[in-house]
Design a protein around this ligand. Structure first.
Ligand SMILES: Nc1ncnc2c1ncn2[C@@H]1O[C@H](COP(=O)(O)OP(=O)(O)O)[C@@H](O)[C@H]1O
Ligand SMILES: [Mg+2]
Length: 216
C-alpha cells in the first residue's frame, strides 16, 4: 500500500510524523516498511543517513525520488505495484506542490494531511484538499491536528473541523506539540515519543485496516 504524507504547507509536521509513523509501524506491524523521500530538501533521507552514527540498526530503507530531472513514475505500473503491495510504502513530500506529485497523489491509498489551526495553515489545507479533488485522487484523506497546543484556544477550530470532515477523516486525537518529537531519529521511538503519537497512530491504523479490510 501507499501512505503519503503531504500538504501544501512547509513546517506542518509531515516529516516528523512520517518518521514517527514508520518507526511506530516497525514496532507494531510485521509488514516490511519502505520509505520514499520525495522532497527536494531530503530531510527524511538526510536524517536517516546521519543516524548511521547511532548504535542502532536500520529499521527500514529510505530511497530518494525526484532528484535531478528524473520522473519516477513515468511508468505508472511502478506506482500500481507499490500500491498493490502488502508492504507499507511511506512517501514524504515537500511543502511545495509540484506536477511531479500528481500521479502519486492520485494513486496513493491514503494521504495523511497534518494541519494546524492558524489562518495560513487553514487556507493551505483547503487549497490542498481542492487540489486532491481536481486530481480526482482516489486516496482516503486522513487529516491530523499537528503540533497541537493544549493550552491554546483555537477560535477557528469548530468551523475548520466541520469543513475538513466533509472531505475525509479527521483523526480525533491530535499530535501535541512536544519537545521529544523535535529530536526524533529514524532508528527508534523512545517511550516518550511513542506515548506522544500512539493514540493518533492507532486511530490511523484502525482506519487503514477498515478501509482495506486487512490487518497491518
Ligand atoms: N508535534 C510536534 N511537536 C513539536 N515540534 C514539532 C512537532 N511536529 C513537528 N515539529 C517541529 O516542527 C518543525 C517542522 O516539522 P517538519 O516535520 O519538518 O515539517 P514539514 O515536513 O511539514 O515541513 C521541525 O522543527 C519539527 O521538529
Ligand atoms: Mg518535510
Amino acid at each position: 500500500m501507499i501512505i503519503t504524507f503531504a500538504t501544501q504547507k512547509g513546517g506542518a509536521g509531515k516529516t516528523t510524523l512520517a518518521i514517527a509513523f514508520a518507526n511506530y509501524l516497525c514496532q507494531v506491524s510485521n509488514r516490511k516498511v519502505n520509505v520514499f523521500d520525495f522532497d527536494f530538501q531530503k530531510s527524511f533521507y538526510n536524517k536517516w543517513i546521519e543516524d548511521d552514527l547511532l548504535d542502532f540498526p536500520k529499521l527500514y530503507n529510505v530511497e530518494v525520488l525526484g532528484d535531478a530531472d528524473e520522473e519516477p513514475f513515468q511508468d505508472l505500473e511502478i506506482l500500481f505495484d507499490l500500491r498493490d503491495s502488502e508492504e507499507i510504502n511511506i512517501f514524504d513530500l515537500a511543502g511545495t506542490l509540484d506536477e511531479k506529485y500528481s500521479d502519486l497523489l492520485t494513486y496513493s491509498n491514503f494521504i495523511i494531511i497534518p494541519f494546524e489551526y492558524s489562518d495560513v495553515s487553514v487556507k493551505s489545507t483547503l487549497v490542498f484538499k481542492n487540489l486532491l479533488g481536481l486530481l480526482e485522487s482516489q486516496a482516503e484523506r486522513i487529516f491530523v491536528r499537528s503540533k497541537y497546543d493544549k493550552s491554546y484556544k483555537y477560535l477557528n477550530q469548530p468551523d475548520m473541523d466541520n469543513e475538513i470532515s466533509k472531505y475525509g477523516i479527521l483523526v480525533n486525537s491530535p499530535v501535541y506539540k512536544r519537545n521529544c518529537l523535535q529530536t526524533i531519529d529514524t532508528r527508534r521511538l523512545t517511550y516518550e515519543q511513542k506515548y506522544s503519537v500512539q493514540k493518533t497512530f492507532n486511530e490511523i491504523i484502525e482506519q487503514i485496516n477498515e478501509t482495506l479490510q486487512i490487518t497491518i
